[in-house]
Design a protein. Sequence first.
Length: 472
Amino acid sequence: MSLAYVSTRGDAPALGFADAMLAGLARDGGLYVPELWPTLSTDAIADMAGRPYAEVAEAVIAPFVGDAIPAAKLREMIREAYATFRHPAVTPLVQTGANRFVLELFHGPTLAFKDVAMQLLARLMDHVLAERGLRTTIVGATSGDTGGAAIEAFRGRDRADVFILMPHGKVSEVQRRQMTTPTEANVHAVAIDGSFDDAQALVKAMFNHHAFRDRVFLGGVNSINWARVLAQAVYYFVAAVALGAPRRAVDFVVPTGNFGDVFAGYAAKRMGLPIGRLVVATNVNDILARTLATGRYEVRGVEPTTSPSMDIQVSSNFERLLFDACGRDAQAVRRAMSSLSQSGAFELDEATLANIRMDFDAGRADEAQVSETIGRVRRETGYLLDTHTAVAYSVAERANLDPSTPTVVLSTAHPAKFPEAVEAASGIRPPLPAHLADLLSKPERLDRLPNDLAAVEAYVAERARVTRERAA
Ligand SMILES: Cc1ncc(COP(=O)(O)O)c(C=O)c1O
Ligand SMILES: N[C@@H](CCOP(=O)(O)O)C(=O)O
């Protein structure tokens, strides 16, 4: 049996796993979530101890996939996806203090946690598209890391064309080059005159423009895609079990922007993993920290920081949490989202905010705190944090967490992706790993477009094989 997925806005048909994955955003503008949370027994979680990452991944992911993909095929794709990682543990834990651990999620091909989900998602989508004889046109928005991971995972694949919209001039050089140097004809890097929020709004507008969506058979690989979030839930199990779960609870501190990663932790908790606190860590673009403190979700102008991938105001996956926290009242979600688009804000009612606070805390780190944390942690422990991880590390140090509970800080990027900021903070310029050694000397391919829906749609439609084949 396949689990059904429902839209947070309640006005789109429920879909099975494969259709929800191909759909990306629901047709009513909402996000797909499982209609119920599958749970794993204490024994099943205990049984994960000492198992390879791919086996844990299979145990976590299979209940959400059901019979949508044959079990042997799913296993094969999971094994292939995690064989692309350079560390045998895939996501190793490093101890940096008493009961404090860093979960390194950056050992995949593009040095950021996005590879964990994207390497699997590309294989899952390819499989379903091939079975159905379909091709898709993926349009994604990136503040730096999703784009590189998507291009890497889908480059050269016959069934998908990938268009990545990045905010012009606002990603690091390494991030940009990871998107602009691949030569395969099915991948396209596009700089938009605007912010990440503008790029994400364009992507959502394309999904909500049904004529365009159907014309190009639009697909999404941002965390609007449920399969992305699902694959990210796995490493919460891997880390917690290594630290004593299910006998013992573990706290997680998560560098947050679009709320996909920390929502994956929430999903793991709903599946039965004993997670104590989930701490949302933001940089000065602190909409989520403010929301948890005040109950008001209010968009302000985005400020550029040394953790550019988290320079986000409209935090897409918060909608998924809101849906659960307000008792799955799709009408309430629709009201909040309409207020957000009309006035840039919405208020959480008391019960919803209390539900959120049962699982989540939040904190912010400013630029001085990020820099100080990188320098001090390096001096005191020898460990070199990237800027995004440093946001979470700084928040973890100041959070009101039980010292007897292990705290895991998610390390979402390799420091070599942000060499200037890391060097300024620590005096150490981290080198790129060998497989990316020639990245900075390769020729780039990048188009630039205005922040204009019609212009971007025309660009995509002209280049997508789905539309070119139809026209031929
Ligand atoms: C390096 C890095 N850290 C943290 C985040 C924030 O993750 P999320 O958007 O899932 O909250 C991002 C972007 O997603 C990122 O690229
Ligand atoms: N920080 C992300 C922003 C997009 O997030 P996603 O998880 O929704 O894909 C990035 O690096 O692009």
